[in-house]
Write a protein that binds this ligand. Structure first.
Ligand code: GTP
Ligand code: MG
Length: 633
């Protein structure tokens, strides 16, 4: 006795199958017997959290926004915390940190930290921030989940109470859009149709159903005029158009409209991770004009004209269009700077940038004047230039979220070298230097390994001048070369810049050989490859004790999705394919039993041992005696 896997349509099943969907459009990974069909946006649990005493980061869309926003704009999550903007924060007043002690510090230290920093709670009145609902960027995705962008780009689902509160309290002016999460979907292919030529004097005109059009592609393009990911605040869903359906008289459907997602230079694109795990980096787009095809549109389904053969001259079968792949992406903007200026707040970083370049960052005698990185171009001649980024000041404890600088440190990941500005007028410049170095190390050991220049600033002040010899000696003893300068007077800055340029040149020369031309379309290529997988390549998963069998293979899943069950010949073709590609044989070999559930792609079927042994061609719908037809679930 042989067996076959057979299907039939109960009246309910004439509608589009509502059975589980194995999401064949996702990037190929380990085939999962229980694929998640509709990945939902979930709260990123491992992302940055805000401690009650932490001053929230803030930002704006433009990198030139460098003054403190009005006091009313500050938002505190704690009922008893507020930010005293005029308080000077001196790292040198703190005890020198060590890496071990820093890591081992327990959470109670966070409680006293603000005291040390001079944040004075209770001086300011508390207020409720009434956020404008229109400012909240809520959007409904297909599953009805909304999303909002949060300052510094974290995205949370709107039904997450805690995160939502945080976002709502943050005025729009203080949000920085250097991260965004977007949804992209390539267009589905149009369906093919069944049609026959009917014309006077042309008897038996034959099949004339045209193919569906191909779905639109999703492209990502670098727009040189963008300097933030702010536009994604207005919309995060990008769907390419679907291909038109085929028509009679052999008319093929039109191609769907492509969609182009414009991003700023320096954008890193990741596949959105889940549960706080960062997704895999798909693309790094650095230069204006770069364009990458990310998702190819779905293939159009074939019309019945394409199924005409010698043995079947009147095919009554046509395919559905292939579904376009979809994906959630995380975008992150990293500045494309050659040199990053780092240092404690108020050290004179912006002053240095203003002296060495034409940039005009806001300079003021209080910490956190710079809220967002500023870029400046330093020119040494016709073709010798370097882009320098002045970053917000780094505080001790920045890796725990204190201050602002940490949020922006990732911008320095692309820098070839760093200029570390030390405030010479602070009481213990060496401790300040160590504290900032420690923060760099805690943020990323790779960053800490980058070559750097130490620029001891404010030499025009007597106290700085006095402390310079001992500072220099101590650092030299540790093998660190230092420069001194007065950024305000423009003295010594040229030497610092030349030293930074030298480091940059050495670095770029050593990197030259490593650089490979990048294929920007590799994601689309990978999807193409996945789609062209043969239907013979499948795996069967079966849990011991259960009566469910999962047949997983992207070729088969695609075949199921493209099968249009409204046409009578489709199920016969399906049976034939299952037989021909060896699914039936493999299931029998593995011990499938009468009544077991078999899931292929979107289809869920019941296995029935067949009394008829002569192969798929004998599977006849009308013969219910010999073949037991499965029921749709
Ligand atoms: N006397 C003296 N003052 C300086 C020098 N460089 C900077 N300053 C002053 O130090 C203060 C802070 O300068 P900024 O350039 O804003 O410092 P910053 O490091 O960018 O500070 P944040 O952006 O807050 O991190 C300003 O009042 C500057 O005028 C210097 O060489 N000598
Ligand atoms: Mg500054």
């Amino acid at each position: 006795m042989s067996s076959s896997l057979s299907i039939c349509f109960s009246p309910v099943s004439l509608a589009r199958p509502t059975t589980r969907k194995a999401n064949p459009k996702k990037l190929p990974r380990n085939p999962n017997p229980n694929p998640n069909p509709n990945p939902k946006i979930r709260k990123r649990t491992g992302t940055r959290t805000t401690s009650p005493n932490e001053v929230l980061p803030y930002g704006d869309q433009a990198t030139t926004y460098t003054s403190l926003p009005p006091r009313e704009d500050f938002f505190t999550t704690s009922l008893n915390s507020s930010f005293q903007s005029s308080t000077e924060i001196k790292l040198s007043d703190l005890s020198p940190p060590t890496i071990e002690s820093e890591i081992d510090k327990s959470s109670h230290e966070e409680d006293v930290f603000d005291e040390q920093l001079g944040f004075d709670y209770g001086k300011f009145e508390l207020y409720e921030v009434n956020s404008d609902p229109e400012e909240e960027d809520e959007d409904e995705d297909e599953d009805g989940e909304g999303q909002v962008f949060v300052g510094h780009g974290e995205m949370v689902s709107v039904f997450n109470g805690e995160e939502e509160e945080k976002e709502k309290g943050l005025p729009a002016v203080m949000r920085c859009f250097d991260r965004a999460k977007i949804y992209v979907k390539a267009g589905d292919g149009g369906n093919g149709v069944v049609a026959f030529r009917r014309e006077k004097y042309v008897p038996f005109g034959g099949p004339s159903g045209g193919d569906g059009g191909r779905g639109g592609n999703v492209y990502v393009e670098v727009d040189g005029s963008m300097n933030s990911l702010l536009p994604f605040r207005n919309g995060v869903h990008f769907r390419a158009g679907r291909g038109s359906h085929g028509q009679g008289r052999n008319q093929n459907g039109a191609k769907g409209e492509d969609v182009v997602v414009k991003v700023a230079p320096g954008t890193v694109i990741r596949e959105a991770g889940s549960d706080g795990v960062e997704g895999e980096v798909l693309l790094e787009l650095l230069h204006p004009g770069q364009r990458a095809m990310l998702l190819p549109g779905g293939r159009g389904g074939r019309g019945n004209a394409s199924f005409k053969s010698g043995t079947n001259k009147v095919p009554k079968i046509a395919e559905n269009g292939e579904e376009g792949p979809e994906m959630w992406l995380e975008l992150e903007l990293k500045l494309v700077a050659d040199v990053g200026i780092v240092g404690a707040p108020n050290a004179g970083k912006s002053t240095l940038l203003s002296v060495i370049s034409a940039a005009q960052p806001t300079i003021a005698n209080y910490p956190f004047t710079t809220l967002l990185p500023n870029l400046g171009v330093v020119s040494f001649g016709y073709d010798a230039t370097m882009v320098v980024a002045d970053l917000p000041g780094l505080l001790e404890g920045a890796h725990k979220g204190f201050g602002l600088g940490h949020e922006f440190l990732r911008h320095t990941e692309r820098c070839s070298s760093l200029v570390h500005v030390v405030d010479g007028s602070s009481q213990q410049p060496e401790y300040e230097f160590d504290a900032v170095r420690l923060e760099l190390e805690l943020f990323s050991p790779e960053l800490a390994e980058k070559p750097y220049v130490v620029a001891y600033n404010k030499m025009d002040l007597p106290e700085a001048y006095e402390r310079w010899p001992s500072f220099k000696e101590r650092l030299q003893a540790r093998g660190i070369g230092t420069f001194c300068m007065s950024a305000v007077k423009g003295e010594g800055t040229h030497e610092v810049v030349c030293a930074a340029y030298e480091l940059l040149r050495n670095r770029t020369e050593s990197n030259k050989e490593i650089e490979d031309p990048v294929n920007l379309n590799h994601v689309a290529d990978m999807l193409h490859k996945q789609r062209s997988a043969s239907i013979n390549e499948f795996e069967i998963f079966h849990e011991k004790g259960s009566n469910t069998w999962h047949v997983v293979g992207s070729g088969l899943q695609r075949f199921v999705q493209m099968t249009n069950w409204r046409y009578i010949e489709s199920d016969r073709r399906f049976q034939h394919v299952l037989e021909a590609c060896g699914v039936n044989k493999s299931l029998i070999k593995l011990g499938v039993k009468e009544g077991d559930t078999v899931i292929v792609g979107e289809m869920e079927m019941v296995w029935h041992d067949s009394a008829d042994s002569s192969g798929p061609s004998n599977v006849r719908k009308e013969s219910t005696d010999s073949v037991k037809w499965p029921q749709w679930k």
